[in-house]
Design a protein around this ligand. Structure first.
Ligand code: SF4
Length: 79
């Protein structure tokens, strides 16, 4: 099982981080897509699809914010 940690702002991103989604719990409010449209999209059922899973250091804080701001907890980072 991959280790998880609480996403925090301003931390260095370890290598090999991925963001993953649970479409079954997504409510399709598009908050993640509006914040990071190159990374998250909604499918025809308005469920999240991760287009770019790899998270590099430059993107880490923005992705961490999207994970924190998902109201259904449907996004998480894997380390
Ligand atoms: S923010 Fe969460 S609930 Fe909203 S579309 Fe993205 S994954 Fe789904």
């Amino acid at each position: 099982m991959p280790a998880e940690r609480t996403a925090t702002s301003g931390t260095e991103a370890p290598a090999g981080i991925r963001v993953v989604a649970r479409p079954d719990t997504c409510e399709g409010n598009a908050l993640c897509m509006l914040a990071l449209p190159d990374r998250f999209v909604l499918d025809e059922r308005s469920r999240v699809v991760v287009e770019v899973a790899e998270v590099d250091e430059a993107d880490y804080d923005d992705v961490a914010a999207a994970v924190r701001n998902c109201p259904t907890g449907s996004l998480r980072m894997e380390f």
